[in-house]
Design a protein around this ligand. Structure first.
Ligand code: SAH
Ligand code: SF4
Ligand code: F3S
Length: 449
């Protein structure tokens, strides 16, 4: 029999990226090869996101387009996984009748079994329980050979009032430290240079583990025992961000000086209704301690505008907080009501036009701040992990700083992907930095970033 092939499309966060790599691994272990286009695939998998209405629309419109393809190629199976699958379960089949299998976020390992069931029965299969099932022992097919995601915890217990994640990813569960350390060590041994530890709230890692191992302990173990060059982590939650973690970022050589610490809003009234568990003053204190302890640390954040009841005065507090805290970058979103969350029924909806205006204002403000914050890098030497040829300029190389900024730079022919090199910055922009490799500098000795 000819080898079967699969094509995967991923929406949403890094957690979904990591899950897609796992599902690609599961399919490969089952003898599938990965197809370059959906037209060539026997199994088409859409890994979906439910965080905002627009993310859901994108997934369903792709499923709609693929249903025509399915009519041309009977026998092709269309699978929906991820957060929409988890949320709607069999309801997916009503909105997208071309879908053959719906697989929830805790059931990835059942993928081969469900495909077989659909083939045998000719009718759709659904598995969306929240009890995690034994994962298929396949090895993830990673999209990069240098940088890898490693999930350290699943689910979320925070129930921020706007957020669907706890409803679709279930309760928080931490992986055993030994398992994480083993995975990172084998990635390092296989030539990976950078690992990003993933969790919806990595700062609460270890809750419920015995013996005790907090997130800072995990970082220390990974730094000491795995040989990985660079460690990153996301996402941090201000209410669980400890002094111990700040010291870990400051002291551990492999831990990059870049922290994503979502603020969400600058008004205490809005933060309270969002159920975030901190005030602006709490945030300010943590941010102050972090930036004082780790000079030059890159801090990024998430902001939601137009949460129910957000007045013009509340919004002005978000703007003032961005002006005061001067983040290196932000992700900003217009509030999107999600059925089933606490905020769904809240009064005081902000009109769409007003949300769009607030979003534009925040983005314009941040554009200027990001540019200004990058300017002092001009003339400095930063450590860059070389990733490959630059897409915009094939004569140049591209890589990332410890602060996670993209750098396009000129180098001699001796440099290859995976190298850590010192790059002298000659230009700064919103999307990327420009530079040239230095000849006589060893970035690992120089303490540059
Ligand atoms: N666990 C992470 C990421 C959650 S999703 C965290 O706690 O930060 C990423 C971002 O999407 C959130 O930080 C928030 O800013 C945004 N977001 C979540 N739900 C949203 C909604 N209903 N509408 C608009 N933005 C939302
Ligand atoms: Fe959502 Fe809040 Fe959990 Fe982040 S911490 S995933 S925003 S509920
Ligand atoms: Fe989206 Fe699910 Fe991630 S809702 S943001 S893919 S956890």
């Amino acid at each position: 029999m000819q080898t079967r092939s699969a094509w995967l499309q991923t929406f949403g966060c890094q957690m979904n990226e990591a899950d897609s790599e796992k599902m690609a691994g599961i399919l490969r272990a089952e003898g599938y090869r990965l197809a370059a286009a959906p037209e060539e695939a026997d199994v088409i998998l859409i890994n979906t996101c439910s965080i905002r209405a627009k993310a859901e629309q994108k997934a369903f419109s792709l499923a709609g387009r693929l249903s025509t393809l399915k009519r041309r190629r009977p026998g092709t199976l269309l699978v929906m996984t991820g957060c929409i699958a988890q949320k709607l379960g069999a309801g997916v089949l009503r909105r997208a009748p071309a879908v053959d299998a719906v697989i929830g976020t805790a059931r990835l390992g059942e993928l081969p079994e469900l495909l077989e069931r659909v083939r045998a029965s000719g009718s759709p299969a659904v598995s969306v329980g929240t009890e995690p099932r034994e994962a298929h022992p396949a090895v993830a097919v990673r999209s990069s050979r240098l940088k890898a995601w490693v999930t350290v915890m699943f689910g979320c217990d925070n129930f921020c009032a706007y957020c669907i994640v706890p409803h679709v990813r279930g309760r928080e569960r931490s992986r055993a430290p030994g398992e994480v350390i083993g995975e990172v060590a084998s990635l390092a041994a296989a030539g990976f240079r950078e690992v990003t530890l993933l969790g919806q709230n990595v700062n609460s890692y270890g809750r419920g583990l015995a013996p005790r191992c907090g997130f800072a302990d995990l970082l220390r173990e990974l730094d000491a025992r795995t040989g990985i060059g660079r460690l990153r982590f996301t996402t941090s939650h201000p209410k669980d961000f400890t002094g111990e973690l700040i010291r870990a970022v400051r002291d551990l050589p492999s831990v990059c000086e870049a922290v994503h610490l979502p603020l969400q809003a600058g008004s205490d009234a809005v933060l309270g209704r969002m159920n975030r568990g901190y005030s602006l003053e709490d945030y300010r204190r943590i941010h102050g301690e972090l930036t004082a302890a780790v000079p030059g640390v890159v801090v990024t954040t998430d902001v939601i505008v137009g949460f129910p009841g957000e007045t013009a005065a509340d919004f002005a507090r978000t703007v003032a907080a961005l002006e005061e805290l001067r983040f290196d970058g932000i992700f900003s979103f217009a509030y999107s009501p999600r059925e089933g969350t606490a905020a769904w029924g809240m009064s005081g909806a902000v009109p769409e036009r007003e949300k769009a205006a607030r979003l534009a204002a925040v983005q314009e403000l941040q554009y200027g701040i990001t540019l200004e914050k990058r300017r002092p890098l001009l003339g400095s030497v930063v450590e860059v992990l070389v990733e490959g040829a630059s897409r915009r300029d094939p004569g140049a190389l591209t890589g990332r700083t410890r602060g996670n900024a993209i750098v396009n730079f000129r180098a001699d022919g001796t440099v290859s992907p995976g190298d850590l090199v010192g790059v002298s910055i000659t230009g700064t922009g919103f999307l990327a930095l420009e530079g040239a490799m230095t000849i006589d500098q060893d970035p690992q000795q120089g303490g540059v970033r």
